[in-house]
Design a protein around this ligand. Structure first.
Ligand code: NAG
Ligand code: NAG
Ligand code: NAG
Ligand code: NAG
Length: 466
């Protein structure tokens, strides 16, 4: 009897162990390769071209031109970002379906071709496909477009997620990670980009016109797997991923929203509530994520600090700068990959986590070179770190994404081998980092934009000058 029980016990333990162990193996998520998109020369948007596009909008008056040009000059974007083709061709007010489709094709197929070529994995080996484009959903879907182009298998699981905003690619990775739990040894592809061709705002509401100044073309494709045999080929392994959603709060929900202005021009409204929403979401997210990544000592210090802080002060307006107060993230993390949405986001998060110029350099330079490419943005930052040969085996990367909703999605990757591929940065990495510019060359030409008192500017001649 005793022997029988013992046998039964060991049998059960063995199977339990196997089950747990296998589950763990399945839920591993390795990044085999990622490939960012680099536009063609003819789509480069420098400040002068931007100004030309702004001036083309006859709905605007002097005050609006001034506001827009000021934004462009101080945006942190450089002279080499890429715009959608229809905007460069002067058709931003009347986009057609083929504009959106060809924008998607350029980005998705270009990066996927490179992804398959570099990893030597065939499209027919892919088990899961996630396409993540916020603002464009044609029929048949974009996932079908990819399956059709690469003639993928009939049993492929496809997901097209849309409307998720800038932090979409992290949402997509979370989805893949969850799917991996029920699909062993699978290969998954995530295509993450934003469709800006049909979403150019042509009205005159200041709060809506902002997005035109910052959004640029770009995107990224990634190949992920939970097949342990491919571990040796992986570049990174997903350690943690935490998503925070503030959609239940009306102010947060409405702070970044697609809508029509009074005259019926469609566009994106960005309100002042955005910074507050970002601060709250970031703080809540850190509260969940931090215990999983920081050493105990630093964790205790943080808890103590928060406790003291709560006792000392009542209601302080939430700010992004203060969201990470008392945290010593550097104790567990070596690299910080912040969504290059704009200067204020990067600086805010940097201050919040006590980061220095070296830590923020990749995000700032990605904003300068490629602009705010929405969901793809994080991967250009990662590409910069790699091209600068900063990523060493065992290093941990903290990815921070914000998006409409309002959402804050963060994750931590562990680098699994020394990385040093030049990627999209290859031809220009040597000239980075750039020193901070004091005066934009553009400002010298258009000094009137900062001269609020002047109302006598001859717009026609200003227009001809650009
Ligand atoms: C997602 O794909 C399905 C079919 O594959 C399609 O019916 C649906 O409209 C797509 N949704 C979006 C938002 O693209
Ligand atoms: C991809 O989807 C996620 C979540 O579904 C969303 O947050 C993100 O914005 C999407 N990416 C783009 C580029 O729209
Ligand atoms: C896992 O990867 C190994 C090595 O490439 C491969 O031989 C094997 O077929 C893969 N397993 C599955 C289920 O695809
Ligand atoms: C960056 O672009 C996205 C649109 O894809 C927008 O939702 C977001 O607000 C932008 N970031 C900033 C700081 O403007």
């Amino acid at each position: 009897m005793m022997i029988f029980l013992l046998l039964l016990f060991s049998y059960i333990t063995f199977h339990l162990y196997k089950l747990i162990f296998q589950n763990r193996a399945h839920s591993c998520c390795y990044m085999l390769h990622y490939e960012c998109y680099k536009g063609t020369e003819d789509r480069m948007l420098n400040t002068e071209t931007c100004a030309k596009i702004v001036m083309r909008n006859k709905n605007l008056g002097l005050q609006e031109y001034r506001f827009l040009l000021q934004t462009i000059v101080s945006s942190g974007l450089g002279e080499e970002t890429y715009g959608p083709r229809n905007v460069l061709e002067g058709r931003e007010a009347t986009p057609v379906l083929t504009d959106s489709l060809s924008e998607f094709d350029d980005i998705a197929f270009d990066t996927l071709d490179a992804l398959f070529a570099k990893t030597k994995i065939s499209p027919t080996d892919i088990d899961i496909l996630v396409v993540n484009v916020s603002l464009f959903s044609p029929e048949p879907s974009l996932t079908s477009r990819v399956v059709n182009r690469y003639k993928m298998r009939e049993d492929i699981k496809t997901f097209n997620i849309s409307g998720m905003g800038c932090s979409a690619s992290i949402v997509a990775i979370d989805l893949v990670q969850q799917l991996f739990k029920s699909h062993s040894k699978a290969l998954a592809i995530v295509v993450s980009t934003e469709s800006i061709a049909p979403n150019w705002y042509c009205g005159k509401e200041r709060s809506m016109i902002l997005s035109n100044c910052l959004f640029r073309s770009g995107g990224c494709s990634m190949l992920l797997t939970n097949n342990g045999s491919l571990k040796g080929k992986a570049v990174m392994k997903l350690n943690q991923l935490v998503r925070t959603h503030l959609g239940a709060n009306d102010e947060a929900y409405n702070c970044c929203i697609q809508m029509e202005d009074k005259l019926g021009h469609e566009g994106f409204l960005l309100t002042k509530g955005l910074t507050k929403a970002a601060a709250i979401a970031f703080k809540l997210n850190l509260r969940v994520l931090v215990p999983k990544i920081l050493p105990l000592k630093d964790l205790l210090r943080y808890v103590l600090h928060t406790y003291r802080r709560k006792k000392a002060k009542g209601g302080v307006a939430p700010s992004l700068e203060a969201a990470g107060e008392g945290l010593n993230m550097k104790a567990g993390i070596q690299h910080f990959c912040i969504h290059p949405g704009g200067r204020s986001v990067i600086d805010g998060v940097g201050k919040s986590l006590g980061l220095n110029d070296y830590d923020l350099e990749p995000s700032r330079m990605a904003l300068h070179r490629f602009g705010n490419t929405s969901a793809g943005g994080l991967w250009y930052v990662l590409g910069y770190m790699e091209a600068k040969k900063r990523l060493k085996r065992g290093d941990r990367i903290f990815m921070i994404g914000f998006g409409a909703g309002f959402k804050c999605n963060n994750c931590v990757w562990e680098v699994t081998r020394d990385l040093g591929d030049g990627n999209v940065w290859g031809d220009c990495i040597a000239s980075y980092p750039l020193p901070p510019l004091n005066v934009s060359p553009f400002l010298e030409k258009f000094s009137w934009i900062n001269d609020e008192g002047r109302t006598d500017v001859d717009l026609t001649s200003a227009f001809n000058k650009v």
